[in-house]
Design a protein around this ligand. Structure first.
Ligand code: FES
Length: 90
């Protein structure tokens, strides 16, 4: 479950960061596209996640890179009652 509104789950070889921000659930690969450090250590700034290591910034809704050069991988995820469903394919 989500503790402190963030959690990392492992599924089928994917390490996925779940963040709940303003009632919205976001799921991003937990590895920063810059050097692979864990995005779970980042800071949420409104609708943006800032990596704790070198400050790259990502739009939580799309994974697009706002500061840096490569986007974060984003997964479709939804909360259904007590269950979180994440789409892994693409
Ligand atoms: S590892 Fe995330 S900005 Fe460098």
């Amino acid at each position: 479950m989500l503790r402190d509104d963030r959690a990392v789950v492992e599924a089928d070889g994917h390490s996925i960061l779940l963040l709940r921000v303003g009632g919205e659930l976001h799921a991003l690969a937990n590895a920063c596209p810059h050097e692979g450090n864990p995005l779970v250590e980042g800071e949420v700034l409104g609708d943006v996640l800032e990596c704790a290591y070198h400050g790259w910034r990502f739009d939580l809704a799309t994974g697009s890179c706002l500061l840096g050069t490569r986007p974060a991988r984003r997964y479709e995820a939804e909360l259904r009652g007590e269950e979180i469903r994440i789409r892994l394919d693409d």
